[in-house]
Design a protein around this ligand. Structure first.
Ligand SMILES: [Zn+2]
Length: 59
């Protein structure tokens, strides 16, 4: 790890064109490391949707 800075939240409108289009389309919250300027986003949303679909199918 190059920096241990806490991530700071970034508005979705500020990351348009800076993240892959599918990420922009599927993610609602983004964060940026103030040390290296790298953008992060939670990748849990699609996993949760997949889990819910699986639960529906098993009923
Ligand atoms: Zn960093």
């Amino acid at each position: 790890m190059e920096c241990n800075s806490p991530l700071e939240p970034v508005a979705k409108s500020a990351v348009e064109g800076k993240v892959p289009p599918y990420v922009f389309a599927t993610q609602e919250s983004f964060s940026r490391c103030p040390g290296c300027r790298r953008l992060y986003w939670p990748a849990t949303h699609q996993q949760r949707m997949a889990a819910e679909l699986k639960a529906l199918q098993s009923q």
